[in-house]
Design a protein around this ligand. Structure first.
Ligand SMILES: *Cc1c(COP(=O)(O)O)cnc(C)c1O
Length: 372
């Protein structure tokens, strides 16, 4: 049996530190925001090499409040990709703005910068590339087009903690970076969590107001805000886990390299661009025969996932008459063919071999020549 991810194994590895941090918060009873959250903000800002980090309750809120702080609202258009988790697009809708899609580059599963310019209209306010699976989008050409048209760039870095583009960290490349600490993410809370990064002190001020009822002082509301505060417990837990993130990321990268090697020859494995530090939130192979592959994996006790089976423009809830089936062929093909293999830092060499043996067998490749 190989699970898709193993959060219990991770907890066992850091139990003493976590239990101590949790006790500290319980003893202090600072359950919402407070010193642990403030310290986490500083530490995560340093990790991303940005000036400001604002902790919130979810990655979705990070996207939503980030866009609100940037002045995005009804009548505006935000350009993103349809091959993403639905939250990217939901957050655009929450602001009242209209999502506009461009297709992905099938080599990286991220926004194709070559299609960006054609999607810009006088209403376009921002570009929202997604660093999907932990692979950064090709930011230089995206930033170049955005700057030329005076558009904001907001990174959906919810799957990309520690990913790098030409040596620069995800979340530090655009005007705003949005992170999620959902438990299964590369840096996961023990509950919900999110955060916005920015170099801009005005955005920082606005997001801090928006996450806490827009109150400049207690009961003095200068903005129509929200309750999007991070829990004290999550702040303390994330501080502990951040100290292990680089080690975990390197483990993911090593596992991906083993997968690449053991699956080489006939299986479509993910390829990182030469300018990318891929952090492998997801390790997805591609096959037109996905239904059978997934079922056969499951029969062998290997848990896989599909991220994501329906591109957002074809979701009932987000239907838009401008976008029919066939509008974004690379996103639609990816949605049909991707299969996410187990990937978590605590995976053992035996588990990786078990997955690869199964996948090669299912794919009909010769297994007798076991690779090592
Ligand atoms: C997880 C995720 C989000 C949303 O984060 P939550 O913390 O679950 O709200 C947004 N975008 C992408 C690409 C994600 O993977």
């Amino acid at each position: 049996m190989v699970p898709f991810i193993d959060l219990k194994a991770q907890y066992r590895g850091i139990k003493a530190e976590i239990d101590q941090a949790v006790t500290r918060v319980l003893e202090s009873s600072q359950f919402v925001l407070g010193p642990e959250v403030a310290a986490f903000e500083q530490e995560f800002a340093a990790y991303c090499a940005v000036k400001h980090a604002i902790a919130v309750n979810t990655g979705t809120s990070a996207l939503h409040l980030g866009m609100l702080a940037a002045g995005i609202g009804a009548g505006d258009e935000v350009i993103t990709v349809p091959f993403t988790f639905v939250a990217t697009v939901a957050a655009i809708r929450y602001t009242g703005a209209t999502p506009v899609f461009v297709d992905i580059d099938p080599r990286t599963f991220t926004m194709d910068p070559g299609q960006l310019e054609a999607a810009i209209t006088p209403r376009t306010k921002a570009v929202l590339p997604v660093h999907l699976y932990g692979h950064p989008a090709d930011m230089d050409p995206i930033l170049e087009v955005a700057r030329r048209h005076k558009l904001l760039v907001i990174e959906d870095a919810c799957q990309a903690h520690g990913a790098e583009y030409k040596g620069r960290r995800a979340g530090s490349l655009g005007d705003l970076g949005c992170f999620s600490f959902y438990p299964g993410k590369n840096l996961g809370a023990y509950g919900e969590g999110g955060l916005v990064t920015t170099h801009d002190s005005e955005f920082d001020r606005k997001i801090r107001l928006l996450r806490d009822w827009g109150a400049e002082h207690k009961y003095e509301h200068v903005l129509a805000g929200y309750n999007c505060r991070m829990d004290g417990l999550q702040g303390a837990i994330l501080r502990v886990k951040l100290r292990h993130l680089e080690r975990w990321t390197e483990a993911r990268r090593a596992h991906a390299a083993r997968y690449d090697h053991l699956l080489e020859g006939g299986i479509a494995t993910p390829k990182a661009a030469e300018w990318a530090r891929h952090v492998y939130h997801i390790y997805a192979v591609r096959t037109p025969d996905r239904t059978r592959w997934q079922k056969s994996c499951s029969d062998r006790g290997i848990h896989t996932g599909i991220h994501y089976p329906i591109p957002v423009h074809l979701q009932k809830a987000y239907a838009d008459p401008r976008y029919r089936a066939g509008a974004f062929p690379h996103s639609e093909a990816a949605a049909r063919e991707v299969l996410s293999l187990p990937m978590f830092p605590e995976m053992t060499e035996e588990q990786i071999q078990e997955v690869c043996t199964a996948v090669r067998e299912i794919a009909g490749k010769d297994l007798s020549a076991t690779r090592s």
